[in-house]
Design a protein around this ligand. Structure first.
Ligand code: CP3
Length: 341
């Protein structure tokens, strides 16, 4: 096994660590903006295999990251289930608000296979284009985070309606979570069958939950997903990213059984060492704003992460996605620094 990402996720303290960045394909790259303009909107880009493969590969060509991540979005799963989705310019994703049983019943797992076929074709194209050192990561949203966007009808500062539903109508909320969990398993199995060599579960809003709801709606679904994938593909590693989990990251790592867990920007890497057993790889967690700032501040922050992670299985990344204003040169400088670690 020569791909450093897969070695780190298998429990090896690879040094210098493998590096890739969340949202490495995106608007900070002029070549992305060019293809994005050609495609029209985000969904058109995500469902055009040639263009989606092209934007997946753009950051690999520029920076030779150790992993490519499929260009798509966590909200393509609700889209595939027949729930509406559009990306409004400047305001992010817009979806119908799911608030009742009829909304859950309308979700149609039967249409997913056909809807995701262009995304799976993208996986095949990218996998065929990658060299022997670059791994391909597939992904899905954590069911809780996907439920957040479906219930709120888009982003929100506190996901209040979602949390209220989880307490007030646990049966409805649980039914939605169950449908999303099973659909996520189907979706990730299909990505692996098409060529994804590792998969990541992005649970971006995990941190808005109380500890008890976190266990029920973040850790337990992750455990179910990890178990189902491992049964079919025992050697394909799974990275869980319960963002803003805080001290719950330890429980999540142990109970989900994930091969790696992501540290968000707020997590102290030295503390994560105590929370997460050494057999589980850690991934993260440079502040995307330090990358935006660049220079000595960025170098110091990246060094602090490296120092805390040396000697354990680790994948260098950000604590959240690259922001669009990031100068591409800063990314090049960061990759150079990690390679010299
Ligand atoms: O990381 C990568 O390069 C792979 C592709 C990827 C995208 N979104 C592309 C994208 C991945 C892994 C995601 C995950 C995602 N999507 C998450 C989880 C991670 C996180 O950021 O917390 C979430 C919550 C979403 C939902 C989403 N998609 C939002 C809120 C937005 C709008 C905000 C924004 O940045 O515009 C999107 C759109 C989106 N997804 C873009 C990209 C490159 C921007 C689309 C554009 O070109 O206009």
């Amino acid at each position: 096994m020569t791909k450093t990402l897969l070695r780190a996720l298998a429990g090896e303290a690879v040094w210098p660590p493998p590096v890739w960045l969340m949202r490495q394909a995106g608007r900070y790259l002029p070549e992305y903006r060019e293809v994005r303009a050609r495609a029209g909107d985000f969904i058109a880009l995500s469902t055009d295999p040639a263009l989606a493969a092209e934007v997946t590969l753009q950051p690999i060509r520029r920076y030779r990251f150790d992993a490519a991540i499929l260009f798509s979005d966590i909200l393509m799963l609700p889209w595939a289930l027949g729930h509406g989705l559009r990306f409004a310019e400047g305001e992010g994703p817009v979806l119908p608000r799911l608030r009742d049983q009829a909304g859950v019943e309308a979700l149609d797992r039967g249409r997913v296979t056909e809807a995701i076929s262009p995304i799976l074709e993208t996986v095949r194209l990218v996998r065929a284009a990658l060299d022997e050192r670059t791994a391909l990561i597939g992904f899905a949203g954590g069911p809780f985070t996907v439920a957040c966007y479906m219930i709120e009808g888009g982003g929100s500062k506190d996901f209040a309606a979602t949390r209220q539903m989880a307490y007030q109508d646990p049966e409805l909320f649980g039914r939605l979570m169950q449908v999303l969990t099973e659909a996520t398993i189907d979706y990730l199995l299909a990505q692996i069958a098409a060529g994804a060599e590792a998969v990541m579960l992005f649970d971006s809003w995990a941190g808005v939950l109380s500890p008890s709801l976190f266990r029920t709606h973040v850790t337990a679904p992750a455990r179910r997903i990890v178990g189902a994938l491992r049964l079919r593909y025992p050697s394909v590693p799974i990275i869980g990213f319960p963002r803003l989990a805080g001290v719950m990251l330890g429980d999540y790592a142990v109970l989900s059984g994930a091969d790696g867990v992501g540290m968000d920007t707020a997590m102290d890497p030295a503390r994560a060492q105590w929370l997460v057993p050494k057999r589980t790889a850690l991934q993260g967690n440079l502040d995307p704003m330090a990358l935006l700032a660049g220079g000595q501040a960025m170098r110091d922050e990246a060094n602090a992460v490296l120092l805390a992670m040396r000697g354990r299985p680790f994948v260098f990344n950000l604590g959240h996605g690259i922001v669009p204003q990031t100068p591409p040169d800063h990314v090049a400088a960061l990759v150079e620094q990690i390679r010299a670690a």
